[in-house]
Design a protein around this ligand. Structure first.
Ligand code: AMP
Ligand code: GLY
Length: 415
């Protein structure tokens, strides 16, 4: 099989590594890719917002499958353009990607499908905003309706700040605060059949102890030793299957990865958000443990053949991913700093998230620079492997959290 993967981050590097392990893969192309991906696949420069260019490249390379990493091309309708050209695409149509592209649309789908989620109001004016905030009280949860590259959600006790954030968008969703741990659970869908992946947890705040601003994700771990055994079954029954059925019933079947961000609240599991693509850094923590051939899995989903695919196979190992971020990330990341000391071994991976080559030297090119995944027989061993590898890497001014999966590893040891 020949595959073209779209994207350039740590998620795509992890996808590329896992696709390469599938023995049916003949050629792996990535557009645009990054210096880490270029070591394991053929990279092609491209503007990922240009649907026509993506279709042309897929045709020129005569690929069997296109896998779309980031949400923006999906919301732009790249899957529709590819399908029109008879090219199989793992990733939803423009209409189905609205499940990530509009928080209000996601709420409507959940309401119609009977999927548990927080109560919310969609607001278009200051009066509506203030009324909704006062109905729920603090802590206030305000979400811009459209794609906001991780900057759309504010959770705050400060009513004035909540109003200020709300007024920055034309339409906002104001939601009740959901307590309890968060879990990311991915469903692979062919439009009717869904296969659940194992759950992961990511760390969204910038600094140790869940302090500091929200980020794209500073680390993750999987599996979750503390999570209820039936979490995958329950999420399939209560969230993934009803959502996929509702999307099909609306005439906009969802083909691709449905990312359920869950809150395990004292009143049961509730959906915090849906995304229409693989999560980052959850992908970097999950895929090194996936034994099922990934190209075959994604091809089966894209060609509506998941019903007989069978269950996914996972390694029994634990995995921990730690993100190395640039100086100033997330507020004002500095780029262009030299990266040295990357050494991998049999129990760690270094995925490039925001890197570039300048005169043959590797340097930072984004806020999140590398995602380092360690594997081990339990979370303690996996943490050791990840932290050993990341501590040897030098990037002036950079920072990473030292507490990724720490509490879970202590609890696991105590059991
Ligand atoms: P989202 O982009 O919807 O995932 O929101 C980003 C982050 O904001 C989530 O991962 C949560 O940590 C937090 N958040 C979102 N919605 C809520 C909610 N209703 N209650 C508490 N925290 C929330
Ligand atoms: N890990 C959060 C996301 O991918 O949106």
């Amino acid at each position: 099989m020949k595959v073209l993967l779209i994207g350039s981050g740590g998620r795509e590097h992890a996808l590329a590594a896992a696709l390469n392990r599938d023995t049916t893969l003949e050629e792996l192309h990535v557009a645009p890719g990054n210096p880490g991906i270029a070591e394991i696949a053929l990279c092609h420069p491209i503007d990922i917002d240009d649907n026509k260019a993506i279709v042309e490249l897929a045709k020129k390379l005569a690929v069997d499958l296109v896998v779309v990493g980031p949400e923006k091309p999906l919301v732009n309708g790249v899957a529709d353009a590819l399908n029109k050209a008879n090219i199989a695409c793992f990733g939803p149509s423009k209409a189905a990607a609205q499940i990530e592209g509009s928080k209000d649309f996601a709420k409507q789908v959940m309401r119609d499908a009977g999927v548990p989620t927080g109560k919310s109001f969609t607001c278009n004016s200051r009066t509506e905003i203030e009324k909704a905030l006062d109905t729920f009280g603090a802590p206030y949860v305000v979400k811009h309706d459209g794609l906001a590259a991780g900057k759309g959600v504010v959770v705050t006790d400060d009513r004035d700040l909540a109003i200020e954030h709300a007024l920055q968008a034309d339409q906002v969703v104001i939601e009740e605060f959901l307590d309890g741990p968060e879990v990311s659970l991915f469903g692979i869908s062919d439009g009717t059949t869904v296969i659940a992946m194992q759950p992961a947890q990511d760390f969204k705040r910038a600094f140790n102890g869940d302090l500091g601003p929200n980020t794209g994700g500073m680390g993750a771990y999987s599996p979750l030793p503390w999570a209820p055994d039936e979490i995958m079954e329950e999420t399939l029954d209560q969230v993934l299957n009803p959502t996929i059925a509702e999307m099909a019933a609306r005439g906009t079947p969802f083909v691709g990865l449905l990312y359920a961000g869950l809150a395990l609240t004292s009143r049961g599991t509730k959906v915090i958000e849906f995304n229409a693509r693989f999560g980052d850094p959850e992908t970097e923590v999950l895929l090194p443990r996936l034994k099922t051939p990934l190209a075959q899995l994604l091809f089966a989903a894209a060609t509506k053949n998941l019903a007989n695919f069978g269950e996914l196979e996972w390694s029994n190992e634990s995995a921990v991913t730690v993100v190395l971020a640039s100086e100033g990330y997330p507020t004002n990341p500095k780029v262009g700093a030299p990266i040295t000391g990357i050494q991998t071994n049999s129990n760690s991976y270094v995925f490039h998230a925001g890197t570039q080559l300048r005169d043959g030297a590797l340097q930072s090119a984004g806020g999140r620079v590398l995602a380092v995944t360690g594997l081990g027989s339990d979370l303690t061993q996996a943490r050791d492997a990840a932290y050993r590898t990341i501590s040897r890497i030098s990037l002036p001014g950079s920072h990473y959290r030292s507490d990724i999966a720490f509490n879970a590893s202590v609890a696991e040891k105590g059991n």
